[in-house]
Write a protein that binds this ligand. Structure first.
Ligand code: FMN
Length: 376
């Protein structure tokens, strides 16, 4: 196992292990990837204010969400089709989150049934869903989440339509799976990935099918294409009436939508532009976050993801008003090489870096950080 010292290190190793088309699927964004780049660039453009000679001998990086204390301020965002990176990916990431004392959000488009992931990391798994045109799928999802002991439901509100990803189209990496000859040749040169892919558990697609059996790739393709462009806030209210646990609405990028989410019964808002994979004409999450946090004004927790690659980014997000940060790509980079330990290592790196950055701002408790730590 390579022991990375940074997210960048882990990314480099993942790039060596994964076929180009799979790495592109992980890293790519919508269209010209403007929003994807903005997520990272805007975070790195924000500077923190150094303060000296304040007692930072005891650092507290824990955060509190829904009355639960998480040991680290960074959770794992929902990601579909993780089995393409490693067949045991969902369980590996859920276990890493559990070991680090944080949460893993299982995607509705996962390759591993929710109950299996929930059983592998008791109490650490949240479940992401969305509004499918077939209302039976929504009902079934709620039932499955309930049966698996899930307490927190994350509604992806930003998938009513979906965007093109040019990298995937170029590689022929579409759900019809027509990789270009070049992509196939490249995959053949990644023996470890190929070995895992060919010998690991058969890649099926989760537990979403109407008859309860795991989906085939073809069924998953049809399922992912089921967008519900007519979904509205009334659908959130309907879920609110049915779901006894917590509800988080993901994909909030405007203060007005944050207000609508709270009015519809959400217990938290999740500021996210889907890691730049959906709408490529919008700002970074860190630039949208302060106005949203001001509107929410502490009524419910604010979650945020997008572009976090260093611990200082976590401090910045928290200073801008986040109560919990999440990452997508960074933990996958770590997980590709060694499964749970690699992902856990990435969570540790981010937490350790956040602790040092926070100490340099003269603050010892991350929960108390505010905009005064930003350099003007
Ligand atoms: C490979 C991949 C798959 C994703 N699948 C989903 C998904 O199924 N549901 C969802 O709500 N968001 C999905 N996202 C978006 C992530 O939840 C998250 O918003 C984003 O990755 C955060 O940005 P970061 O990767 O820069 O940390 C996906 C992201 C990636 C990279």
């Amino acid at each position: 196992m390579n022991i990375p010292n940074s997210v960048n290190d882990a990314r480099e190793v993942a790039g060596k292990r994964l076929p180009r088309m799979v790495m592109d699927f992980l890293e790519g964004g919508a269209l010209d990837e403007i929003t994807l780049r903005a997520n990272v660039n805007d975070l790195t453009a924000i500077r923190l204010q150094q303060r000296v000679l304040r007692d930072v001998s005891t650092m507290d990086l824990s955060v509190s969400v829904f009355g639960t204390t998480l040991r680290t301020p960074v959770g794992i965002a929902p990601m579909g089709l993780l089995s393409l990176f490693r067949p045991d990916a969902d369980v590996a990431l859920a276990r890493a989150a559990h070991a680090a004392g944080t949460v893993f959000v299982h995607s509705a488009w996962s390759g591993t049934p929710l109950r299996d992931v929930a059983a592998a990391a008791p109490g650490s798994v949240w479940s992401q869903m969305t509004f499918w045109p077939d209302a039976r799928l929504v009902e079934q999802h709620l039932q499955r989440a309930h049966d698996a002991g899930i307490e927190v439901l994350v509604i992806a509100a930003d998938v009513s339509v979906s965007s093109k990803r040019d990298r995937d189209l170029r590689n022929g990496f579409t759900m019809e799976a027509r990789p270009t000859p070049r992509s196939v040749l490249n995959a053949a040169r990644k023996p470890r990935w190929l070995w895992h892919f060919l010998t690991g558990p058969r890649v099926t697609f989760g537990d979403q099918s109407v008859d309860g059996k795991p989906m085939s790739l073809k069924q998953m393709q049809e399922f992912m294409e089921q967008e519900n462009a007519s979904a509205t806030w009334a659908d959130v209210e309907r879920i609110r009436a049915q779901w006894p646990g917590r509800i988080v609405v993901k994909g909030i990028m405007s203060p007005d939508d944050a207000r609508a989410a709270i009015d519809s019964g959400a217990d938290a808002v999740y500021v996210s532009n889907h890691g730049g994979r959906q709408f490529d004409s919008q700002p970074s999450t860190v630039s949208a976050l302060p106005a949203i946090a001001d509107t929410v004004a502490g009524q419910v927790p604010v979650l945020a993801d997008g572009g976090i690659r260093r611990g200082s980014d976590i401090v910045t997000m928290m200073a801008m008003g986040a109560d919990l940060c999440l990452v997508g790509r960074p933990v996958v980079y770590g997980m590709v090489d060694s499964g749970t330990p690699g992902a856990e290592r990435v969570l540790d790196i981010l937490t350790e870096e956040a602790a040092v950055a926070l100490a340099f701002t003269g603050t010892s408790c991350l929960r108390e950080v505010d905009r005064s730590v930003l350099s003007r």
